[in-house]
Design a protein around this ligand. Sequence first.
Ligand code: RTP
Ligand code: MG
Length: 150
Amino acid sequence: RLRGGARVESTYAMLKPDVASKKEVVAEIIKMINEAGLTVERKELCRLSKSLCKEFYAEHSERPFYNDLVDFMSSAPVLKLEVSGPDAIKTWRKLLGPTNSEKAKEEAPGSIRARFGTDGMRNAGHGSDSKESFAREYALMFKGGGFPKI
Ligand code: RTP
Ligand code: MG
């Protein structure tokens, strides 16, 4: 524990296909990560298979947007990141902003989803929502599938 009670931890962050191949956007997001006191520990540009996206988002399998989400996430490369630092899970989700990029533009205009996302699905980034989610997502993405692009 750090002074103030913050915990040094890691999160699984991912830049989605709408931004992962845009070099200036990626550079700006990494700058935001570092300015928030976090560190990128691992970074891989990957095209995800449909089956890996299905497994990654399994908790949403009954939702009406599931198939569109899986198609979107497997449509082009993503940038997989392990990000560490004080309260990394919460800090990264705060940087992302509200899930829906249209709402984010109203509610948190400086956030990543407001600045670089488009709508409820194409929202620029993902962040683990708990330590348990981080463990599952990290194992799936860094020890499991995905085809390295380079
Ligand atoms: P994430 O998992 O990507 O960090 O986002 P989140 O926790 O803020 O949102 P979650 O409810 O877990 O949803 C996962 C992703 O599904 C897409 N989505 N589309 N069209 C829709 O109504 C809708 N709702 C969610 C988004 O890409 C969201 O990030
Ligand atoms: Mg989520």
